[in-house]
Every structure is written in C-alpha cells, then in structure tokens.
Design a protein around this ligand. Sequence first.
Ligand SMILES: Nc1nc2c(c(=O)[nH]1)N[C@H]1C(S)=C(S)[C@@H](COP(=O)(O)O)O[C@H]1N2
Ligand SMILES: [Mo]
Length: 419
Amino acid sequence: MTTDERAYDRVRRGQWRSGIARAEGIDRRDLLRLLAAAGALTAVGGGAAHAAGAADDPDPAPGIVKPLPADQFTVRGTNAETRWSALRGTGYHTPAELFFVRNHTATPAIDADDWRLTLWGDGLRGDAEFGLDDLRALPATERSAFVECAGNGRSHYTTQQGETVSGTAWTLGAIGVARWRGVRLSEVLRRAGLRRDAVDVMPRGLDADFVSGGVNLGGIRRPLPLAKALDDVLLAYEMNGEPLPPDHGHPVRVLVPSWAGIASIKWVGDIEVSRQPLYSPWNTDLYRLFGPDFPPEGSEPLTRQTVKSAFELDAGASFAAHRTHRLTGRSWSGGGSVRRVEISTDGGAGWRRVRLLDAPREGGWVRWSAEWTPTEPGPAELLARATDSAGTTQPERSVFNEQGYLFGAVVRHPVTVTA
Ligand SMILES: Nc1nc2c(c(=O)[nH]1)N[C@H]1C(S)=C(S)[C@@H](COP(=O)(O)O)O[C@H]1N2
Ligand SMILES: [Mo]
C-alpha cells in the first residue's frame, strides 16, 4: 500500500494519462479549461441561496444558516471568516457559533432521520449503507483538531508579497479548532467489507453541484489515499459535544486531521472505495500548486497545512503608549505540534520567545501570550513566528502559487500606538 500522497500521485497521474485512472465527470479538455477557469472562482456565487442568516445581520452570506455578527465574522462571498479579535478569551476550542464557514455553494437542510451514508465501489465486497444510529452504535472516538482552509492567509500573497492570486481573499481567520466525536472511517470501511486491493476512498457531499466558469464539476468530492483514510480520519457527528450544526456538515462530516480543509467533506452522503486511483477537480486543478516553481500539471495534491501564527487582534488595533498590554495569539501547524513561538514588536528587528499556554498537540494549536509596553506613538507592526516539531519555522516569504494556497510566511500585523 502506498502511504503518501506525493509518491502515490505520480502513479495516479501516470495512470490517468494512460486512461487507467478514472476522473468521473471531467474529460481532459475540461480539466485544462478548469485550470484557466480557476481564476474565476471568486466571482462564482454557486448554488441557490436560501433563507440564511438572522434578519438583523448587516451582511449575511448567501447560504449560511447561522448568524454572522459583524464583530465576529467577515463575510466573503458564500463564506464567513472568523475575526481573530473575537477569539480572544474563547478557550482552546472554537465555539461552533464562531467557527469559520467555507461553502462552495450553500448549507443544505438535511434531516438526520432520513440521512443515509452509502459506501460503494469495486474496492468493497459489496455496497453498504449506514444511518446515523448505525454510526452512533459503533465505537466512538473523540479528538481535537483544526479544520483550516488551504487558502487561509491567501490575501497576504498580495498585501505582503505584491502577487496576484485567485480565490477567496482570506486573512488568517479560515481556521478553527473543535472537539470532534464520531466513528473512525477505518471502522466503517472494515464493516463495509474493504478489499485488500482498494487504494482510494472518495467521500462526496450532499450539497449542490459546484459550477465554475460555466462547467458543472458535480458534487464536492476529493479522493484520499486509503492509507490516510485508515489512519486518523473520522466520520464526525458531534462538534464540541453537540450534534454538528447545519453549516459544519450536519449530520455527518469527514474530519481529516492536519490536512487542507477541503479533505474534510461536509454533509457526506456517499463514499466511493476504489481499486483504481480516483480523480476529481478537487485533486487535479484545485488544491495543487501551480506557477513558475511547479511542474505544468501542478504539484502533488495538497495534504498537510503549513505553520502559521495569528494575534487575537483586528488589523489596525490601537494601543496606548507607556502602558503594558497583554498580547495574545495562537500558532498551529499541519506538520506536527508547535514547539516554539517568538514575537517581534518592532517590525521584525528584535525577537523574543513567548509563553505557550497549551501543551503542544498534533493537529491542534497552542495559545500564547506576551506583554508589550510600547513607547513610540505612531504606526507599528507586530509579528509572530512559530516552529513546529518537524523543525519548520515560518519563513519571511511564501512560495507563490496561482491559487494562493498554503501561505505560511510571517504575517506583519499593523497596529497604531497612541500617545
Ligand atoms: N460538502 C462540502 N464539504 C466541504 C466544503 C463544501 O463546500 N462542501 N468545503 C470544504 C472546504 S474548502 C473547507 S476549508 C472546509 C470548511 O469547513 P467548515 O465550513 O466547517 O469550517 O469544508 C470542506 N468541506
Ligand atoms: Mo477550503
């Protein structure tokens, strides 16, 4: 069995070129066109908006059910970004009401009593079906994990590096950490009759088809190598001790720890298990790196997220000079647990280590705090940089890619010091 997406993808790509692998619903020409159309993603509204948001929302996102108060969220098209200032004091786990929402189209209304999960494909001995009660009757597992969009931080390619990228212009709020409870995907696959020669597993959401640049890409779906599916992937039915809320995948979502958020398919309705490598637009033209530093067909499909840090502050926050302020923030990595965080309060000239408030945890984040007594009134920049257990430290620049994925450079956070 092949265990990592990088090595595996060469096999998959070769098979795809020679017509062995399947790319259901997309032909070669469409794949090429999709690449060109990727630039249109931000402009695409997608699916039908239904009654969403509270009546008093100043700017509700079409298709999101929960309220999106302006002091907690920034609405970006069909998506809602969590404001970092709203996370200050919220504890380790992000409350569901504050958790960012990334919807390709719109949150569907699904009745948990009618919901069924179908497992199918030639990687199984036969089809299998599970209802929510069936999943709840299986051994449950709980774990803390972040879900982070691969495009989190994307706007900094432009604001810090002067580069033009396509996609939702997130700052750093397309991440949240929750306590997820569910059943291991491995358990469900085993009960469904997994064949020894299965290689790929492709969950698909029950939300509307995604239409991009005039091309219907079908249901949101993305293959996972079987090795990852059998490792730490959950079919989650609870978030922070409550049934999953509508916007986060009710009644069941896939949870793929440490990987790009797109792997964690919400509102999962079926899972194909295959003896051949599988393709979807979400592992071919989307969620790979394209650009001068990458091969023409793009990098291997994205898996683990980068190292990042954020202050629990709005951009432009102000601080009184000659007073001592407590700066707080969080750092995280898809490549291991965060071991060290340093901050700079003088635009990057001097650095000091800050106190970590949580034990390092793989797939989660650490909170940190530091004191700061500014002296000079005027504009200032706060910087934070983390190092993870793999030894990776946030760099000064991120490598450009056209769709602006995996920003990981140190972010320069502008503030004002008042007299
Ligand atoms: N069915 C479905 N699953 C999906 C998506 C979607 O639009 N539809 N968006 C994906 C993306 S790109 C991300 S970043 C995460 C966001 O999860 P959240 O909305 O619960 O924060 O869900 C993923 N799963
Ligand atoms: Mo995402």
